[in-house]
Design a protein around this ligand. Structure first.
Ligand code: ADP
Length: 531
């Protein structure tokens, strides 16, 4: 079966890997029925120059082909960049409040189509409908919130040091932006990049993840309907090395905004450094929930289940470590294990499913590999889960049991490395000080949470956790669009998306001095007398 699919040579990561991992393959009928999509370049829907397509398949059932998407290469990227370049001046000159009006229309279109976009997303990505609804909602929230910046985009005025001189600074667009996005939030993350880029007056080329191009297609199609001018938004679909890399290396692309794996982020940072392009990176996490002895244990379990197994653990903010005070350790782990073991794993499109599949066969391989490391190498206790589900309704998808390791030591690999799957590690601790040390003892710094009833402990932890996001009595996931999003250490390179902070990614500052004295005034040199 794997060989038969290879022979087609037009496969996605998902479908190619279905065979490799022993998935039950695809049905010819499903392939024939799937819709063929196009790139969007200069306001036209076009095929890739090479005329090749890849298949986007449903990770809950790889026989279901969601669509065929262009395999783009440098030639397509060059065309898209040229279109974005041609549109740049007109878009930059359009007053920001007018740009925002188009984006408000976009927000309304997304509201109108929310249900069908959610269904498409569940089909191409796997997470349950409630969560894909949340993903689309995040794009809607981001659109309305950020479009509001069209009437702000504040700079500031400040006194000049010479008389009869005025000083201010204003934001200007950076220019042409390349946006490279992952598959786990296939509409929310593109929107976090696209909407601020647009309201700030930039033109863009977006390259969505090869596993989930349909949700970005839906977003771009909505931009077209909203009246975004031709060439302002361009989309090329395809693989990272063939379509993403040429975008990162193109000399006309001034900025790359990337969310994805730490390894790819490092390559992209290198490509940008070569030509002094701006680069914003949003990478991995190894997020932690601290549960203190005074915590509401049921609430903490609730938060841990949601944080560890929501989106099948495939969130950069997933709760992959839970550091629990020894006094409540037994009670907490018993309840967590029981809840995890009872989660219903299945197709996210079914209303009674709690947790969907993981994204593709490579993910299955990686996650099972880590489970083996946890058991055999690290010597942690596998308290529940640990296996791939391969029979009955699970036979044709990428399903893994919700998995809890207990008695984990902080330096074990499963407590240090990002697994990006439904696996969490419970680590016992003696006190808050030790818990914070464990919590900070990883290379990433995205999200952390504490469950406690004691306000002093909550603030101590807030102050001492070196992360970009911190929650009290809530899980590690649940960011809102009007607060900055991002992390410290290996999670990124110092930028923040969302909030107004994202404007610092997509604009550059221009300082403006207006001298109305009618004479040469030299700052730092001339002595000024006011007698
Ligand atoms: P994953 O391994 O989970 O797919 P990646 O970081 O590889 O995560 O993918 C995130 C995004 O980066 C995707 O859109 C992917 O196509 C793209 N990508 C992968 N490799 C490169 C690369 N070398 N240059 C540019 N983009 C890339």
């Amino acid at each position: 079966m794997a060989q038969a699919k290879k022979a087609l040579s037009r496969t996605t990561k998902k479908s190619a890997r279905a065979g490799a991992a022993g998935g039950n393959g695809t049905k010819g009928g499903a392939r024939a029925a799937s819709k063929t999509y196009s790139n969007y370049i200069g306001g036209e829907w076009v095929a890739a120059a090479g005329g090749e397509y890849f298949e986007n398949v449903n990770p809950a059932d790889t026989r279901d082909v969601v669509g065929r998407f262009p395999v783009s290469t440098a030639e397509d990227v060059n065309r898209a960049v040229a279109a974005a370049k041609a549109a740049a001046e007109g878009w930059r000159r359009m007053p920001a409040p007018r740009r925002a009006e188009i984006l408000f229309r976009l927000g309304n279109i997304l509201i109108r189509d929310k249900d069908s976009h959610s269904a498409d997303m569940t089909r191409e990505m796997g997470k349950v409908l409630k969560e894909t609804g949340g993903d689309v909602q995040e794009a809607i929230d981001c659109t309305f919130y950020t479009a509001g910046e069209g009437r702000r985009l504040h700079g500031y005025t400040t006194p000049a040091e010479m008389p009869d001189k005025f000083a201010m600074c204003v934001r200007q667009p950076v220019g042409l932006c390349g946006l490279i996005t992952p598959w786990n939030f296939p509409m929310a993350i593109p929107s976090w990049k696209l909407i601020p880029a647009l309201v700030c007056g930039n033109t863009v080329v977006i390259k969505p993840a090869e596993d989930t191009p349909l949700s970005t297609y839906n977003l771009v199609k909505a931009c077209e309907e909203a009246g975004v001018p031709k060439g302002v938004v361009n989309m090329v679909t395809g693989y990272g090395a063939a379509a993403g890399k040429p975008l990162t290396e193109h000399r006309d692309v001034r900025l790359i905004s990337f969310t994805g794996s730490t390894e790819t982020g490092r390559l992209i940072a290198g490509a940008c450094a070569d030509r002094n392009a701006i680069c914003s990176l949003e990478l991995g996490g190894k997020n932690v929930i601290i549960v203190m002895d005074d915590a509401d244990v049921d609430l903490a379990v609730e938060g841990a289940v949601w944080g560890a197994f929501g989106t099948s653990g495939q969130r950069c903010t997933a709760s992959s470590r839970i550091v629990v005070h020894k006094k409540v350790y037994k009670k907490f782990t018993q309840k967590l294990v029981e809840r995890a073991a009872n989660l219903r794993v299945g197709d996210g499109a079914n209303a009674n499913t709690d947790m969907g599949p993981v994204i593709n066969a490579a993910a299955v391989h990686k996650i099972l590999g880590y489970i083996e490391v946890g058991e055999k190498q690290d010597g942690a206790k596998l308290a529940t889960g640990g296996k791939r589900l391969t029979t009955g309704a699970h036979a044709n998808g990428y399903f893994i049991e919700p998995t809890v390791f207990t008695d984990v030591a902080p330096d074990m690999r499963i407590a240090q490395e990002e697994i990006f799957g439904p696996v969490t590690a419970v680590i016992p601790t003696n006190n808050l000080e030790e818990a914070v040390e464990i919590a900070n003892g990883v290379r990433y710094g995205l999200s952390a949470a504490i469950y406690t009833q004691d306000v002093n402990r909550a603030f101590h932890a807030m102050n001492d956790m070196y992360t970009g996001i911190f929650y009290v009595n809530s899980s590690t996931i649940g960011a809102e669009v009007h607060l900055p999003f991002g992390g410290t250490k290996a999670t990124g390179n110092g930028h923040r998306e969302a909030g107004t902070q994202v404007l610092d990614i997509f604009t550059e500052w221009k300082s403006v001095y207006v001298d109305y004295s009618g004479k040469l005034q030299r700052a730092q040199i001339d002595e000024v007398s006011f007698e």
